[in-house]
Write a new protein. Structure first.
Length: 571
């Protein structure tokens, strides 16, 4: 078929749709239709189709105006909404609630400054579809600060709702304190104190985190940077009993937090409050000296339950980890040998003929620097004179320390009928989940630091935002564990442990993922951060065709589809 153009002398040409055919060996033509009434562009389109040409090249038919990362934002926002986080913030929707939700989700996606967050949400500069999900066309940095002020006023109410959701009477509550350095000099909370970040000479803030028995965050409180760990306990007890309305609580804290003095002064007489903590080395040494702890305790098992008049009304679970004991022996021996080599150099310096080291002060300075660096001064007896230096190991003190190798003692006020010795040890060890929360808050995941805010309320709001972001991330990690290097077979991991005292083991499935870097289905295994990056490649594309503009999502990969299924969300 073809289109014939037939000229007309006094009128426009006629356009006829014709076909050729053979009849009795001759080529003949016949008209199938008169196309003259059609617009010229339609006639030309038909002509191109008849010639086998494309009406419009694909690259000209569609214009991709913008591609915005979407999958990671949809996953985090979807999880936050599934957890009911919006209603936890406020029952009614408002712009401030939307801004706070945006800051929480952005903290999981790409933690940054409030200025960077504002730009990432605004329509013309957005870095994901998060702002579009919350109908945030334009966001200013100052507006985010005002939303933080709104949030901190609601913190007690939000934490009360979280406690109601995750804690009940008789619940185990994990508590620990950490710190982060402060960038600036104007905040009243920033003080010089015991630094946990390895940053010397900078002020810091402290913050205490309350979690349920599984490590899910429930509440956080910011303290001045010079606040001692034990002094924060009373405020947490008041929070649990008065604000959260819990009549019975088992508080779990480390030996630096729940000290003997704190238990005696603030916990022992509180009705409905029990605790699980550990003894310090001095107390363990006294128990060994009194004969309460003896090697025979571990003839059959690696833990034993004892009592002591020093701890009336409490149970003491003594544990011995032989692997840890061997490691302590090895490390101490290596450290002592390395120190002795350096001390021998000082001895040689005092004996050399040319320019010998002289003077008590000069010799003591060199020895002191070495001992302070190695932290082994208690293991040596030192003799320093004006023209002589000698040393020897203090075997009695080394033996006293060696007696504690691999030993630790868990103390609790909870009765044996309620929680066994093994369960008591396991519960204390669960404090490691709070330590993991602190690592997530501080490092690559949520980046609580650096802290630039000047006002104390803004610092508190910033820390609370990070906790709420971790609340979302915590739930996502558990759901996405089959795709992560995280162990998704806890029963399998526990079955491999010889006892609760022995080191934690990874399950066979987790080791398989670690070894092959693939899931059983052949999909790549990710860290939480790289999985979010993969989900971000699922984009929302703004497409224009023939004057019509519309949105079109890229087709999810098999991995992305599975991630959304695990989260219980549509892509």
């Amino acid at each position: 078929m073809y289109i014939a153009k037939v000229p007309n002398r006094n009128s426009p040409p006629a356009y006829l749709l014709r076909e050729s055919y053979r009849e009795n060996g001759k080529v003949r033509n016949r008209t199938l239709a008169n196309l003259s009434a059609l617009p010229i562009d339609r006639i030309e389109a038909i002509r191109r189709v008849l010639k086998g040409q494309k009406l419009v090249p694909i690259e000209e038919a569609f214009e991709i105006r913008r591609s915005t990362p979407h999958g990671h934002a949809a996953a985090v926002m979807g999880t936050a909404r599934k957890l009911g986080l919006e209603r936890l913030l406020a029952a009614r929707g408002s712009r401030r609630r939307d801004l706070v939700m945006a800051m929480i989700v952005a903290r999981v996606l790409d933690p940054g400054s409030k200025l960077a967050t504002a730009r990432g949400l605004s329509r013309h500069t957005r870095s994901s579809t998060l702002g579009e999900m919350l109908n945030l066309e334009s966001v200013g940095e100052d507006e985010l600060y005002r939303a933080m002020d709104w949030l901190i006023e609601r913190q007690p109410s939000i934490e009360r709702k979280l406690a109601k959701k995750h804690l009940q009477d008789g619940s185990l509550v994990l508590y620990d304190l950490s710190s982060s350095y402060y960038t600036g000099r104007c905040c009243s909370l920033a003080k010089y104190g015991h630094n946990r970040d390895g940053k010397r000479g900078v002020p810091q803030i402290n913050y205490g985190l309350l979690c349920d028995r599984d490590g899910c965050p429930v509440a956080i409180e910011v303290f001045e940077g010079n606040t001692a760990d034990p002094t924060t306990v009373s405020t947490q007890i008041a929070k649990l009993r008065e604000r959260f309305g819990l009549k019975r609580v088992i508080l779990v804290g480390d030996r630096g937090m729940l000290t003997s003095a704190r238990i005696r002064e603030e916990l022992a007489d509180v009705e409905g409050l029990d605790w699980i903590t550990a003894l310090r080395s001095e107390s363990i040494r006294k128990l060994i000296g009194s004969g309460a702890i003896a090697p025979s305790l571990f003839d059959q098992r690696d833990l034993a339950e004892i009592t002591s008049p020093e701890f009336p009304g409490e149970r003491l679970v003594v544990c011995r980890n032989p692997l840890l004991a061997d490691e302590r022996v090895r490390k101490r021996g290596a450290l002592l040998e390395a120190t002795e080599k350096e001390l021998d150099k000082i001895v040689a310096a005092t004996r050399r003929v040319k320019r010998p080291l002289r003077g008590k002060e000069a010799i003591g300075l060199r020895v002191g620097k070495l001992i302070d660096k190695r932290k082994v001064g208690k293991h040596f007896v030192l003799t320093i004179e004006d023209d002589r230096f000698a040393y020897q190991r203090d075997e009695a003190k080394i033996a006293a320390e060696a007696a504690l190798d691999g030993l630790y003692v868990i103390r609790t006020s909870v009765e044996a009928k309620e929680i066994s010795a093994e369960k008591t040890v396991a519960t204390y060890k669960s404090l490691s989940t709070v330590e993991r929360a602190f690592r997530s808050l501080k490092t690559v995941d949520l980046k609580i630091r650096p802290i630039h805010h000047r006002l104390a309320g803004r610092v508190r709001a910033h820390v609370f935002l990070c906790m709420l972001a971790y609340y979302v991330e915590w739930h996502m990690r558990r759901a996405l564990a089959p795709l992560l290097f995280d162990d998704d077979d806890r029963p399998g991991a526990e079955a491999k442990r010889k006892s609760v005292v022995s080191p934690a083991q990874r399950s066979d499935s987790a080791l398989q993922k670690e070894r092959t870097k693939q899931t059983p289905a052949g999909q790549p295994v990710h860290s939480f951060r790289t999985l979010l990056a993969d989900l971000a490649t699922l984009t929302n594309n703004l497409v224009r065709s023939k004057g019509v503009t519309f949105h079109l999502l890229t087709t999810p990969t098999d991995l992305q589809s599975r991630a959304f299924r695990l989260l219980g969300l549509p892509p």
